[in-house]
Design a protein around this ligand. Structure first.
Ligand code: SF4
Ligand code: SF4
Length: 498
């Protein structure tokens, strides 16, 4: 392998220097890797001047020894780092670190690069039978540091030169960690998702009812008591969980220009504590479509339909496949074989559907190819905004573009909606993944705290009047972080065009 690399480098140098008279160095590979070829590129006279300059400035060779100026003709083949093959999701990683600033867990546990490095080191130690103590320590810490605190948002892939989504590796490991019984349960839940949705809505209603009886402080005490008896994870679902969403608005199929799919979190979760008690997101979306002359239809049997992200993020691939295939079959029927577009009101779910093709059966793949999944941001920007005159602009609003908005490249449309409806818009420079990731914010709130710290500081300093986003769970995360209520941008549009 090293011989092969040596021959490759010699061929590259021949091609670039001798055939095309080109430059060997671009942004990378200017250090040790190209050091043996600097003289070839610049000629003996030029190289001699460089060596003399180096000697003059750094006579004891303290500054970056061995880099650029290096007499060893084999320097590019020495001390090569071992990159053992581990999993196909990450094997291409060159450990450059470009992904690190994007990662919501970078200030809490590990960055994507560090997750990969730890994984490789564990594989190396396992294979070589080396330092058992170190291996055991890494093995003990890996579940929390690498797996539990990854938001599986895939933002790392947007910065990676070889498009590695470390979240995919994490999903694989989460799947491997799950017992056969857990996978069976996940499959059962996916087959009866309507029941799960109903149970969740009632759980939230009961939580809301309890809060109205004992008050917010009473709920906090109840939560503390629950923590003592049931552990942190269950209790964390209680205090800030939003109230359940209301009923599905009635819509007509006749004349509808699109199928409106309210994501399961829109159907289940409602208002945040302290949020104005106005209409639900579903009611608002239907109303805006009606006002703009672009009527929407919500199928009556929409309950129980889901993009499957809650399963895929935990590595329950079979439950995910069941859910997404069932959803595509329903969409096919609702959209009348793809003749109507499907508008989805929660950006991570739109992304979940748009990237679902490889999990579908061949028959559903054919259906999928004929259907159009539109995020509500695109729908509002392209279809509603031009038809709804803005009457009252908000003064100053902040936006939180969620990860899937960035990945789908529709952030500019979200910003355009906000700019049309307000005098001033801010998107914090540090806006990134909030780390809520469906359930991570409930189960590991420290992840959301760490991920949102800088963005929240910026929002607090700027003091916008209103804050908007496009996913309820991320809105919960940002509301907790900033102390301001984040809502769907639909509320901004509705207010401005009322
Ligand atoms: S950006 Fe990609 S190649 Fe570079 S360290 Fe991160 S995952 Fe690896
Ligand atoms: S998926 Fe998100 S949280 Fe996980 S490593 Fe990548 S950027 Fe970090």
């Amino acid at each position: 392998m090293i011989d092969q690399y040596a021959r490759f480098m010699d061929d590259v140098v021949d091609l670039v220097v001798w055939r095309y008279d080109g430059a060997l160095k671009a942004e990378h590979g200017t250090g040790r890797n190209m050091a043996p070829f600097v003289e070839t590129e610049w000629g003996s006279d030029g190289y001699a001047i460089m060596c003399r300059l180096k000697e003059l400035v750094d006579p004891d060779n303290l500054l970056n020894p061995g880099v650029i100026i290096n007499p060893d003709r084999q320097a590019h083949l020495a001390n090569l780092k071992q990159l053992p093959s581990v999993e196909p999701e990450i094997d291409k990683c060159i450990e450059c670190g470009y992904c690190e600033p994007k990662c919501p867990s970078r200030e809490l546990t590990l960055t994507p690069r560090q997750r990969i490095v730890v994984r490789r080191e564990m594989a190396r130690l396992q294979e070589s039978g080396g330092n058992l103590l170190l291996y055991n320590a890494l093995d003990a810490e890996f579940p929390y540091l690498a797996l539990d605190t990854c938001a599986t948002d895939g933002l790392c892939a947007t910065a990676c030169p070889v498009s590695i989504d470390t979240g995919q590796l994490v999903k694989r490991f989460r799947g491997m960690r799950s017992s056969a019984a857990a996978k069976q349960w996940a499959e059962r839940i996916s087959q009866h998702f309507k029941l799960t949705e109903w149970a969740l809505r009632w759980a939230l209603r009961l939580g809301h009812a309890a809060e109205s009886v004992v008050g917010v402080e009473g709920m906090r005490r109840l939560t503390r008591t629950l923590k003592r008896f049931a552990g942190d994870n269950l209790a964390q679902w209680m205090p800030d969980t939003p109230h359940a969403a209301g009923r599905l608005p009635r819509t007509k199929r006749a004349g509808a220009q699109a199928i409106y799919f309210p994501a399961c979190i829109s159907r289940v979760m409602g208002r945040l504590p302290g949020e104005p008690k106005d209409r639900s997101l579903m009611q608002l979306t239907v109303e805006l479509g009606r006002r703009a002359g672009v009527p929407l239809h919500i199928p009556r049997d929409v309950a129980g339909t889901c993009c499957g992200t809650p399963f895929s993020s935990k590595g329950f691939s079979s439950a995910h496949a069941i859910t997404i295939n069932a959803a595509v079959e329903r969409f096919w029927k609702w959209s009348e074989q793809g003749s109507l577009p499907i508008v989805i009101d929660t950006s991570p779910c739109t992304y979940g559907f748009r990237t679902a093709r490889s999990y579908l059966t061949p028959e559903n793949q054919e259906r999928f190819d004929q259907m159009t999944f539109v995020d509500a941001i695109e729908f509002v920007h392209d279809q509603l905004l031009p038809k709804l005159p803005v009457k009252t602009k908000s003064r100053f609003v902040a936006l939180h573009p969620v990860c899937s908005v960035t990945k789908m490249g529709i952030g500019a449309k979200l910003e355009a909606i906000a700019r049309a409806c307000s005098e001033q818009v801010t998107i914090p420079l540090d806006a990134g993944c909030c780390g809520f990731a469906g359930d991570r914010g409930f189960l590991f709130p420290e992840l959301t705290q760490a991920a949102t710290r800088h963005e929240a500081d910026e929002v607090k300093a700027k003091q916008p009047d209103e804050c908007y986003s496009s996913s309820r769970t991320c809105e919960i995360g940002m509301s907790r972080a900033t102390g301001q209520i984040y809502r769907s941008y639909m509320y901004l549009l509705e207010k401005a065009t009322r």
